[in-house]
Design a protein. Structure first.
Length: 281
């Protein structure tokens, strides 16, 4: 049978059968266990897990396979960290995850704030506008499909949004397993919970995502993950252009002409410098 690993506790796995949604708790064969099994893996199983099907991605911190969507939450307060947001977007593109920018606390957002966000990201990702306080989360709920997770700064309302999605009070993002699972957890576990047309990954890890994973990139590769740079990159005189300086750079010229937002370009330079420092480029 084919199933989805929705929970892992040591060497015991909870697997949801794809058709019936029945959950069984089983072990893995020695060979399969040795190769590694993660929450989010799709597997073939009988009395034990016999085979892990090919993955679309694998995240090590937090340990999760086959993530489909990442909801990057921000709000008018605290002030958005746009470099962090851009890092998360790049991370998603690198890992084959669909990113969304979710603007919470829209009841407190000014028209200028909303207009500026749309200006920055309308060529990059889909933006969803919600208010957990007012229960206005329809845009978010409609996009829960596949395996999903949340990320963002502290105090932007990730927990409140999850409260709304599950109609329960959750103390913090990583406490879903305590509130709607099968008992109190004594260790930090990644677990999937059914929600709408998909699953929410219960993991606090994305709140403090190990962004050093982005450092897998070479500096010259970074601009490829900026879709709003695509047309301008083609106008660079040199294929090796890092878009840092020079009159022959299409990206710099496009930024000067307002075709690329200054915020996105400045964030690109900050991340580029981090990569160069990491690589001792």
């Amino acid at each position: 049978m084919e199933g989805l690993v929705i929970k892992k506790n040591a060497n015991l796995f909870s697997v949801e059968e794809c058709k019936t949604k029945q959950v069984v708790k089983i072990n893995a064969s020695g060979k399969t266990q040795a190769s590694g099994i993660y929450v989010g893996d799709r597997v073939f199983y009988s009395d034990v897990i016999e085979k892990v099907l090919p993955r679309k991605n694998l995240l090590i911190r937090p340990p999760l396979a086959n993530l489909d969507k990442l909801f990057i939450v921000l709000a008018p307060t605290p002030k958005p960290d746009f470099v962090l947001i851009d890092k998360l977007i790049v991370y998603c593109f690198v890992k084959g995850v669909e990113p969304y920018v979710v603007v919470n606390k829209t009841d407190k957002a000014s028209q200028t704030f909303v207009k500026n966000l749309k200006k920055i990201y309308n060529k990059v990702v889909k933006c969803l506008f919600v208010s957990a306080k007012n229960g206005q989360i329809e845009q978010l709920k409609d996009h829960i499909e596949g395996i999903c997770a949340f990320a963002g700064q502290s105090a932007v309302g990730k927990s409140s949004l999850i409260n709304c999605l599950f109609s329960q009070q959750v103390a913090q993002v990583g406490d879903l397993s305590k509130k709607i699972g099968r008992g109190r957890q004594t260790t930090r576990l990644v677990q999937l919970f059914a929600c709408n047309k998909g699953y929410i990954a219960d993991t606090a890890g994305f709140s403090m995502l190990d962004l050093s994973l982005v450092a897998e990139l070479e500096p010259r590769e970074l601009s490829a993950y900026y879709p709003d740079f695509l047309e301008a990159r083609a106008k660079c005189k040199y294929r090796s252009c890092l878009h840092e300086n020079g009159e022959d750079c299409g990206v710099i010229n496009a930024t000067g002409q307002g075709q690329i937002t200054l915020e996105r370009y400045q964030n690109y330079l900050k991340i580029l410098n981090e990569l160069k420092s990491h690589k001792k480029y």
